[in-house]
Design a protein around this ligand. Sequence first.
Ligand code: KG4
Ligand code: ZN
Length: 330
Amino acid sequence: MTLLAIESSCDDTAAAVCTDGELRSNVVSSQKEHAQWGGVIPELASRRHLTNIVPVVEQALANAGCTFGDIEAVACTSGPGLIGSLLVGHTFARSLALAHNLPFIEVDHMEGHISSLFVDERRPTFPFLCLTVSGGHTQIARVTDPLKSEVLGRTLDDAAGEAFDKAAKLLGFDYPGGPLLDKTSLGGDIHFLPLPEPRVEGLDFSFSGLKTALLYSLRKKQAEDPQFIQSHLADICASVQHRIVTALLDKLFQAARETGIREMGIVGGVSANSYLRAQFMARCEAEQCMGYIPAFAYCTDNAAMIAIAAYHKWQAGQTSAVSAVPYASR
Ligand code: KG4
Ligand code: ZN
């Protein structure tokens, strides 16, 4: 069964083709023009999706070596995300399905991220714990089958990616600052700048205090030394990154102890972070857990993960009516 999947929930226009759950192509067009505004401008994002969608889909079909005539189902992200962005991919996908009388499959973006663990051959076995860390979401879920998961904890305020981006902005990086902060932290001292540990009950997270603590700490240091940020950039980045990553992993391994589950994965844009990847694998080894992280291309938003989730839904008979509409939030 060959399907075409489309993802357009934020600022990446993406399309992928898979056959019987095996990926054949994966194309992403990332919108760089938001950097100059310091964040994603929703109206601009939806206009870019409108111009990108046809070439991205055509490229995905060409890379898979197929034509539209080979496609047996059309899938897309149904939400959560920016509604104007979602509407472009969703309307395009259901129009294709309607015009060619093909099954239409909607995939929740968060379910999609979890499915990024099933793109490559090395895959977790059920049940496993999945930490989803992106620009808009941070959660720990217990995943019991490809289509069933239960959220055990989530952020009470900022998402982990938001924490990276806000800290990076205070340090003078362009949006999205997370990947730049990651690169700059190489060789930096993780204990250089003491930052408070978030204190949250259970398996929930909180990251909003970190930005405030960093802001006040930087103000104080800059009053003594106006060059403080420039002189210690790698150390400051390493300290911020260590605080965010430690908060994430402490909760994930707390969840492992509480549930007794030894298989775990990390997914979403922030799982591309080099320090998180290294610390996660080291702690899995120390605590005798099996750790899984998608390849870089499947961490940030992509349609490969939507294609794999859609295949599982199709196998389970879960198709949608072409009258379905996307949702900005649940
Ligand atoms: O999953 P994603 O592409 O989009 C959403 O669904 O939000 O995640 C984007 C987020 C951004 O906040 C970005 O700064 C962060 O992932 N990110 C990183 C890294 N690469 C992407 N954060 C830290 N280190 C990275 N290497
Ligand atoms: Zn995402």
